[in-house]
Design a protein around this ligand. Sequence first.
Ligand SMILES: NC(=O)c1ccc[n+]([C@@H]2O[C@H](COP(=O)([O-])OP(=O)(O)OC[C@H]3O[C@@H](n4cnc5c(N)ncnc54)[C@H](OP(=O)(O)O)[C@@H]3O)[C@@H](O)[C@H]2O)c1
Length: 426
Amino acid sequence: MASGVGGGSGEEAVKNKQVIFRDYVSGLPKESDMEVSTTTVKLKLPEGSNGVMVKNLYLSIDPYMRIRMKRIEGPNAFSSFTPASEVVSNKQVIFRDYFDGFPKESDMYLTTSTIKLKVPEGSNAVIVKNLYLSCDPVMRIRMRRVTVVGFTSYTPGSPLTGYAVAKVLDSGHPDFKAGDLVWGPSGWEEYSLITATESLHKIQHTDVPLSYYTGLLGMPGMTAYAGFYEVCSPKKGEYVFISAASGAVGQLVGQFAKMLGCYVVGSAGSKEKVDLLKNKFGFDNAFNYKEEHDLDAALKRYFPEGIDIYFENVGGKTLDAVLLNMRVHGRIAVCGMISQYNLDPPEGVKNLMCLVYKRIHMIGFIVRDYVHLYTKFLDTVLPYIKEGKIVYVEDIAEGLESAPAALVGLFSGRNVGKQVVLVARE
Ligand SMILES: NC(=O)c1ccc[n+]([C@@H]2O[C@H](COP(=O)([O-])OP(=O)(O)OC[C@H]3O[C@@H](n4cnc5c(N)ncnc54)[C@H](OP(=O)(O)O)[C@@H]3O)[C@@H](O)[C@H]2O)c1
């Protein structure tokens, strides 16, 4: 069964036995022209839908159904049934159920269902072939029964959803046509029916790697851009610290800060990542936080005069140590706190009084509040990429089968750079 992307429900999916029409029939219909199969269905309508969801009690058997088993073309009182021969198989990564603690590969499983590669008549949805999927830390938050405003929980028994780069195969929407490349929210599956088309971006620039639209030119890139320029109010010469600095967001924040003439230090979880920060992304310095028993002392070593801007990606002990090292009138852009996503309850922060003593602005932000800046962002960043002023490191896992492991790996730092899953080449 096709999974619609758009609108979350939090309702669990149930098994759904169906009688499938095999193919167009000539002569007398036979039982073998149909087959019984089982898929899953959510018992809740997508948000904004004006349909109804029913449990069928009795089915009527009518002679005219035989007419619909023929191929009917053009305007007609009857339309043909869709034969199974017109649907394709669709590999999917299914979310198993809500859980506590760290995510495991077994919290997801692979299954194969079917999908018709045509949008329903009258709908303004699009059908896409997914090419690249983005692994994002926020997906862990959606694996909980979410009560946070603005986030929806995944539905157990349904495919995960997240950002993707995809190719439009069929469209009922005037802004998209077959062959268009798009990025935006899609399903963790080979093909998706996307109803939330308002969140899709048509890809106009294809002279850069397409996978960049999951990272550098997609949501994480916009996060780095909006978070640094809009939230941090940066000035030339300021002292900038970035945690999870080699990741999808962090590596860009550091490069933006260097271009502005700031002094930039990043923390990351391995020697390989520290080398990348210093030698590839041009940070002034970097350290492996896992080797520092006293984070406060480490920050004092790298910032003897204190930190003006902290780009917060991890939270917990790092935030506590940073607070002690902030300068008066410093800014903390709270982008995320990945060290807390698997903890119940989250750790406390002890040094918040520093906000008062040092008159620090600590501001949380969400990238979706800045989508209006996307064109400006592209106009700024595309030339930087072409001139080699910005570089980007990706970690590409091959095949939908590798997606669960790739997602889980974010929480132990297995990814080096932006974690992407390659589902299909165009
Ligand atoms: N506000 C928004 O709109 C928005 C948008 C996108 C992302 N975010 C947030 O931005 C942050 C970075 O996201 P990203 O996409 O760039 O991810 P990422 O950095 O590419 O991947 C996550 C990295 O976090 C580090 N990490 C994992 N567990 C950690 C822990 N317990 N303590 C310290 N570091 C840990 C790991 O790197 P190490 O090897 O260095 O430990 C891992 O590679 C996340 O908090 C995410 O939720 C926010």
